[in-house]
Design a protein around this ligand. Structure first.
Ligand code: C2E
Ligand code: MG
Ligand code: MG
Ligand code: MG
Length: 278
């Protein structure tokens, strides 16, 4: 390390940055291993019809259980997987796993529910993405109607390509949601051209829906805009009853959040479903 510090090009790096870099490389190696050693699992967060409290959908969220480091949250490794290109392989694993799980639930006699899978823009742009989805649906026999893909506003970076891709995906019969809506930089103007089914209102707006008038009006504006564009709305990160009431009063039909349920392992989802639909 002392040798490196002597080099001119390293003068620009603070020890901290250097550490961060090493940590990243280390994490990448570990992530590759994690994929090989089955340290990755999916958890599932149910989505609820707010008025009836019925489960109407389930979002798959990845978890990395590292034997020494414990549970590493997706916000730490998904961006890294995107940077390194690992996201393509990782994303395929996630999609296949989620589709298989949903098919299994259906075969076991649980009610037919859509499963929502997060997809990063890198995945969407990948050449074989659409073929992969089509094949995964064929192989598992899951009706495309029960698959939803969640993408973020970052798809706006290349609107034309994204619209083309989303149309091809929609042609398979699945549904598309815009995740974390309101936090990106999407031009509202383009929204009308996107072939999407849902808008997910980001948790940051739901957090302050009651205490801050501004958040309340942002949420009601998003809802009425969605209505006029014919999109459905899902509220993210609901943590209390007051938020539920506010959302119901303002025509938001569906939501998810710790108030209802944290993301859970598949077994616990089954218990929830059994209780609700017995
Ligand atoms: P997201 O898709 O917007 O997921 C919502 C995040 O908020 C999840 O965190 C969820 O556990 C958390 N959450 C849900 N309800 C509440 C609540 O009431 N309160 C609080 N404080 N948090 C709540 P998680 O699982 O850590 O995921 C974070 C992000 O990582 C996701 O945001 C998504 O962007 C990304 N991600 C997770 N799984 C995947 C995946 O399989 N593929 C890809 N590409 N990205 C993923
Ligand atoms: Mg999501
Ligand atoms: Mg979100
Ligand atoms: Mg997010």
């Amino acid at each position: 390390l002392s040798k490196e510090r002597g080099k001119n090009n390293f003068q620009f790096y603070t020890p901290n940055l250097n550490e961060a870099y090493l940590r990243k490389i280390d994490l990448e190696t570990r992530l590759r291993k994690a994929m090989e050693h089955r340290q990755l699992t999916l958890h599932y967060q149910p989505q609820f019809h707010l008025e009836t409290g019925k489960i109407v959908g389930i979002e798959a969220l990845i978890r990395w259980n590292h034997p020494e480091l414990g549970t590493i949250p997706p916000c730490e490794f998904i961006p890294l997987a995107e940077e390194t290109g690992l996201i393509v392989k990782l994303g395929q694993w996630i999609i296949l796993k989620a589709i298989q799980q949903n098919k299994q639930w259906q075969q076991a006699g649980f009610p037919l529910l859509p499963i929502a899978v997060n997809v990063s823009v890198k995945q969407l742009q990948e050449e074989h993405f659409i073929d992969f989805i089509e094949k995964a649906l064929e192989d598992t026999g899951l009706n495309a109607h029960y698959l939803e893909l969640e993408i973020t506003e970052s798809i706006m970076q290349d609107v034309d390509q994204s619209i083309e891709r989303l149309n091809a995906l929609k042609a398979l019969g699945l549904k598309i949601a815009i995740d974390d809506f309101g936090t990106g930089y999407s031009s509202l103007n383009y929204l009308q051209y996107l072939p999407i089914d849902y808008i997910k209102i980001d948790k940051t707006f739901i957090d302050n829906i009651i205490d801050k008038d501004t958040c309340g009006s942002i949420v009601t504006s998003i809802i009425s805009m969605a209505q006029s564009l014919n999109f459905d709305v899902i509220a993210e990160g609901i943590e209390n009853e007051k938020q539920v009431q506010y959302l119901i009063e303002n025509q938001c039909k569906v939501g998810q959040g710790y108030y209802y349920s944290k993301p859970l392992p598949s077994q616990e989802i089954e218990n929830l479903l059994k209780k609700q639909y017995k």
